[in-house]
Design a protein around this ligand. Structure first.
Ligand code: ADP
Ligand code: ZN
Ligand code: MG
Length: 480
């Protein structure tokens, strides 16, 4: 029997608003000291009243527009009741039957809904000084009440690869929209995987298992692969898959049973009586729709079309919005210097040498002291053959430390072009003697041959001569 995996995702993302979802505490769950960003509202004190953070609502509507979803005209918050020590009110304010967004599509996968809720506090179990004999758990409420968006997909996903494609594209979108930093390792984006197996040709889905505690893209893919095999084995042995919640164990690379799945009625959802319903005008939604910036998919296609780079190269840029912006600025600077710029050359220096510098300095492109103009200048020198790639690497490093433009560095630091006539004449003479055929071709009126001779001379100077000057010297020498 052939079994086909059926996968749906539930993805949470912390929104990067200034304040929390229902109070004015700073939204910084990574605050150094615990319980700094707290107030009676987010600590769930009796008698306090929440207020809706409009920026968070706007963020979710913006994502809804970006994925082509339907934005609710009327929506409201609901109480989801359950008990856990990181949830001080005993309920979470969430959305149940009227989410902000329904429908839409990301990476070819249908989105069911996107709604808004609040994050919980953090439980800390492994505090130094507290041993298993004396178990103690601490609670940090800095994260309690942080705006949290939840996106649910249809069970359209078929394998680990599609899971990754979807999750990475969503991460890029959240970052392009500027609504979440979506760092998996920091828990700013969390993926829960729902997975079941279906007999090939069957009409009904199998029993699904939900996997939580996934804290990296790799873990998401591994969890899908592990569950596919685990469930397949159960079914092949004639068993039944239990509907349950399992947790991903990152050290052992397995899923482990956590609890049987609760259903909606366990949460006793009802409309949040402390908050007014939300009603959105067409103008409000249209205004947000117009503010949606260029999205990764559109940018990817435009970069390939305009700059002739490959899908793979484009993808490398899409992952980092600031790097993509830097690339675009450098491209327009390069266009000012060269009529037929080599964008691939620029991209290669950006993703190899420049990224190497960023890595060793442990900074992003925005903190690098090389403005796009200087970078483009360097690339133009390489493309024109004015400097060798070896020299370019050295100059780039110096540009990074000094903040100077490449020409200044070349002029000031022993890296001069080889340009004295005395230095170049012997080279010209040698190249002419060794390349009789090219010389003859040139004299018969084949200009490409001159280019060839210049190239040979450039190689002899290890790329340190000025090709324009070489050209003049060759022309002079060959007309004599
Ligand atoms: P629940 O009521 O258990 O929360 P939902 O219907 O809300 O289930 O779906 C939760 C997630 O599980 C969604 O992403 C959905 O696409 C996915 N899902 C639903 N049924 C299945 C199934 N049989 N196999 C795999 N995923 C499923
Ligand atoms: Zn607060
Ligand atoms: Mg559900």
């Amino acid at each position: 029997m052939n079994y086909i995996p059926v996968i749906g995702l539930e993805i949470h993302a912390e929104l990067n608003t200034k304040s929390k979802m229902f109070c004015s505490c700073p939204n910084n769950p990574f605050e150094k000291d615990p319980n700094e960003n707290t107030c009676p509202v987010c600590l769930g004190h009796p008698g306090t009243l929440p207020t809706i953070n409009q920026d968070a609502v706007r963020s979710v509507i913006m994502l809804g527009c970006a994925i082509g979803g339907t934005i609710a005209r009327e929506s409201h918050f609901d109480r989801k009741s359950y008990f856990y020590p990181d949830l001080p009110k005993g309920y979470q304010i969430s959305q149940y039957d009227h989410p902000l967004v329904e429908g839409g599509m990301v990476a070819g996968i249908r989105v069911t809904r996107v709604h808004l809720e609040e994050d919980t506090g953090k439980l800390l179990h492994d505090i130094p000084g507290y041993t298993p004999e004396k178990p103690t758990t601490f609670i940090d409420f800095n994260r309690a009440g942080v705006p949290l968006m939840e996106l649910v997909t249809e069970p359209d996903i078929k394998n680990a690869e599609e899971t990754l494609l979807f999750a990475k594209e969503l991460q890029r979108m959240l970052r392009y929209l500027g609504i979440s930093d979506a760092e998996m390792e920091k828990g700013q984006m969390r993926i829960e995987v729902n997975i079941s197996l279906m007999e090939e040709g069957a009409k009904k889905f199998g029993t699904k298992v939900e996997v939580k505690n996934i804290n990296s893209f790799k873990a998401a893919a591994d969890a899908v692969r592990y569950e596919t095999l685990r469930q397949k084995k159960i079914l092949e042995e004639g068993g039944k898959v239990d509907q349950e919640t399992r947790g991903w164990d990152d050290t052992r690379n397995v899923t482990v049973s956590q609890r049987s799945k609760e259903s909606a009625h366990d949460y006793r959802y009802f409309p949040e009586p402390d908050l007014p319903p939300m009603i959105f005008s067409d103008e409000y939604i249209e205004e947000i729709r117009r503010s949606v910036p260029e999205l990764p998919q559109a940018k990817r296609e435009r970069f390939m079309r305009e700059f002739g780079i490959t899908a793979l190269q484009a993808d490398e840029l899409m992952d980092d919005k600031t790097l993509a912006n830097y690339f675009e600025s450098a491209v327009s600077e390069l266009l000012k210097k060269i009529t037929e710029p080599n964008f691939s050359l620029l991209l290669n220096y950006l993703t190899s040498d420049m990224r190497g510098i960023m890595k060793s300095a442990a900074v992003g492109i925005q903190d690098i002291k090389i403005p796009p103009e200087h970078f483009a200048h360097l690339i133009s020198l390489v493309q024109n053959g004015m400097i060798s790639s070896r020299m370019a690497k050295d100059i780039l490093l110096k540009m990074h430390t000094s903040g100077e433009d490449p020409e200044t560095i070349i002029a000031s630091g022993g890296m001069k072009f080889v340009d004295s006539d005395e230095a170049l004449f012997p080279i010209i003479k040698e190249v002419v003697e060794k390349n009789e055929k090219a010389v003859a071709d040139y004299k018969k009126g084949k200009p490409a041959s001159l280019q060839f001779l210049v190239g040979q001379a450039m190689a002899k100077t290890k790329g340190q001569a000025d090709p324009a000057k070489l050209r003049i010297l060759f022309e002079k020498s060959l007309s004599e």
